[in-house]
Write a protein that binds this ligand. Structure first.
Ligand code: UD1
Length: 310
């Protein structure tokens, strides 16, 4: 099969591309390398087609979609606080860009678009775990942008018959997550701080919790969501089903590093939700999703990977 992976040079994208190549699929990557990195594709570079460009460029996305059976649409601005600072830019990439991808996929006659949505569409609800029947109520521009992407996808499904599946990722972590910016995912920042003898920063009291999900689980689900017939037009949670506080993750990392974290506590971040946990039963039922790697094992593997990159 022929796959187009938007954002395929990024963290989740490049891990997904590796698996597609391993399974013998033909892969095109579209990435503007704003967050992604060509080094992420080093081992598969000769086996894929790489197009450097952005999803906000209609011509490029049209070209990239041509001949594709499946589009895995992962290109996005991924940071909640960055969206609070730059709502327009987040909207241009996550909303306008997604609309471009949907139009191009429709016109190219692709079999299905699988869209990287987010648990952030649920907002700060007290109900846990979060299930797909709950009304979306995002509290950040980022959450809004992901919800709008889902809504557009569903409308394209109904109106134009474009097959579309949204996967609501819950805090994905693992090898290749870029720790280099204040907007980077928390575990990549904690791990590299602990590795390099620094002090992790905690925004808030550290008792906020997330359903941290190891990237390999998401890679498997991405492929299942492409291949499983009859699930078009729907949205599914992708998490581990657990809930881990930042303080707990630091305790585990202290064990790996063999030293105290001496974390610095600061003010809570704007746009942050307090707790997050996925009900993953719908994805299990619809396409057989089962997280293969639990949080603790995933964290250990991720720690080992960052240590090997020093
Ligand atoms: C993350 C993803 C987002 C995704 C969502 C749900 C990133 C950058 N964001 O958002 O794309 O849609 O999960 O899957 O991957 N924190 C600290 N110290 C730090 C960094 C963060 O205490 O150095 C705190 C934050 O304030 C927040 C928590 O850690 O309370 C998680 O933050 P972050 O990793 O940015 O993820 P989310 O905002 O949950």
């Amino acid at each position: 099969m022929r796959y187009l992976v938007t954002g395929g040079g990024g963290f989740i994208g490049s891990n997904t591309v590796d698996e597609l190549v391993r399974r013998g699929h033909s892969v095109t990557v579209l990435d503007d390398l704003s967050a992604g990195n060509e080094a992420n594709l080093a081992t598969v570079r000769e086996q894929i087609t790489f197009i450097r460009g952005t999803i906000t460029d209609r011509e490029i996305i049209e070209k990239a979609c041509r001949g594709a059976d499946y589009v895995l649409h992962l290109a996005a601005r991924t940071s909640v606080p960055r969206s609070v600072k730059q709502p327009l830019e987040t909207n241009q990439i996550n909303v306008d860009g997604t609309l471009n991808v949907l139009i191009a996929a429709r016109d190219a006659g692709v079999r299905r678009v699988v869209f990287a949505s987010s648990s952030s569409i649920y907002g700060d609800t007290p109900t846990l775990p979060k299930h797909e029947g709950m009304p979306p109520a995002p509290i950040s521009p980022y959450g809004v942008s992901k919800l709008v992407g889902e809504l557009y996808g569903r409308v394209f499904h109904r109106t134009y018959g474009l097959d579309f599946v949204a996967l609501r990722y819950f805090n994905v972590f693992g090898p290749r997550q870029d720790p280099g910016s204040p907007y980077s995912g928390v575990l990549s920042r904690f791990i590299t701080a602990m590795r390099d003898g620094g002090q992790p920063s905690i925004f808030g009291d550290g008792e906020q919790s997330r359903d941290f999900t190891f990237v390999q689980n998401v890679v498997t689900a991405n492929l299942q969501a492409c291949e499983t017939p009859g699930i078009g037009g729907r949205a599914f949670n992708l998490g581990t089903g657990g809930r881990y506080t930042l303080n707990y993750t630091l305790q585990l990392l202290e064990g790996f590093a063999g030293r105290p974290a001496k974390a610095k506590y600061g003010p809570q971040r704007e746009g942050d939700i307090r707790d997050s946990q996925a009900d993953i039963s719908l994805a299990a039922q619809a396409f057989g999703y089962q997280p293969q790697i639990n949080f603790e094992d995933g964290l250990r593997r991720t720690w080992d990977w960052y240590c090997s990159q020093r």
